[in-house]
Structure formats: structure tokens, C-alpha cells
Design a protein around this ligand. Sequence first.
Ligand SMILES: CC(C)(COP(=O)(O)OP(=O)(O)OC[C@H]1O[C@@H](n2cnc3c(N)ncnc32)[C@H](O)[C@@H]1OP(=O)(O)O)[C@@H](O)C(=O)NCCC(=O)NCCS
Length: 186
Amino acid sequence: MTDQATEAGRDTEPDIPGKPTSASRTTLSHIMTHSDTNLLGTVHGGVIMKLVDDAAGAVAGRHSGGPAVTASMDEMVFLEPVRVGDLVHVKAQVNWTGRTSMEVGVRVLAERWNESTPPTQVGSAYLVFAAVDADGKPRRVPPVMPETDRDRRRCQEAQIRRTHRLARRRAIRELRERRAAEGFED
Ligand SMILES: CC(C)(COP(=O)(O)OP(=O)(O)OC[C@H]1O[C@@H](n2cnc3c(N)ncnc32)[C@H](O)[C@@H]1OP(=O)(O)O)[C@@H](O)C(=O)NCCC(=O)NCCS
């Protein structure tokens, strides 16, 4: 659907009651084992990404009241290695909502099994989920209602990311169209 069509449709649609951020905020915790490691013996990044997608998906499903699919994942950052035995906590919340999509922010923390220090932040990511109906078509989501100053800041930052994602997508689409019109095959 085009952005214009989305905007035009919005004017005629009935309002959906909003949901506070805390209604869907979730923490998923998991102990890392030997089967999660890479060749260096630390935890494979893909294992962490799966947990991030799982936690964000749970939040998106909870917020939207039904199925939601991952549309994109960006700014996945790994700050520190995770080791076997660490208890990993993946904290996720809805930062922003559009018409049918939501940005979910995720923080990954590790409790070191052999240290009595507070959990260390080891990663973070932002994911966009689209709520879908039984046919896989996008459906509307309730607006998220930020409750704290931190929630409001995250919502504002999510809007900046949204603007950049759309601009980047549009610029790449236009470049490809120009190149196709000029006769390039790829
Ligand atoms: C995500 C999906 C439902 C979008 O369907 P679509 O027909 O392109 O629908 P739309 O263009 O109306 O997009 C729906 C919403 O998602 C957003 N969206 C779609 N692709 C996006 C992307 N790459 N990045 C960010 N947002 C995206 C749109 O902006 C729109 O949000 P809005 O309604 O809040 O403005 C569809 O592409 C899909 O099913 N993808 C596969 C999802 C999946 O299987 N995920 C698991 C991967 S293994």
C-alpha cells in the first residue's frame, strides 16, 4: 500500500482505543548452553537475534491482540560477548505505532553466572512488526500510549527511525527505477 493511500484511508477509519506501553512490555529470560556457542566458545549472534525476535514478536502480538509478523530488524548491536551459563534477559516494548505496524525496541542483558554484578547490557535492536489477519494482510493496531518520559523519548526516536526507513526505501526504489529506465539489467 502506498503512503498516500494509507493516509487517505486513515481519515475515514473509526478510532481504535489506545493501549499503554506497560500492557505489552515483556521480558524473556534464557540460560545459555554449549549448543548456543560459535567457534570461539561464546554465544552465537544468531541465537541472541532469535531471542530478540521471539520477545519482540510476543510484545507485538500482545499489543495488537493477534498475529504479527517481523517486517524489519535494524540497528542490531552486540556490545559484549555472552557466555555459556549466562542468564540472558531480553526486554521488549512497543515504542511507536503506525496504522498497521509497530516499532518494538529490545534491550538484551546478561547476568554473568560467575560474577555477582548487576546484569550487563550486551545488545539492543529495533524491529518493525506488521499486525496481520488470517490471510496475512496487514490489519490496524491500537495506538500505543507512552506512560513515562522514557517511553515518550523512545516514541520520538522511533518516529525519526521510521522517517529514515521510509526515505531510504523510497530513494532505493527510485534509483532502481531510474536504472531500469536507462536500460541496466540489474
Ligand atoms: C510485512 C508485510 C505484512 C507488509 O505487507 P505489505 O503488503 O507490504 O503491506 P504495507 O505496505 O501496507 O505495510 C504494512 C505496514 O508495515 C510497514 N512496513 C512494511 N514493510 C516494512 C519495512 N521493510 N520496514 C518498515 N516498515 C515496513 C508499512 O510501513 C506499513 O505500516 P503502517 O500501516 O503503520 O504505515 C509483508 O511484507 C509480509 O508478510 N512480509 C513477510 C513477513 C514475515 O514472514 N516475517 C517473518 C520473516 S522470516
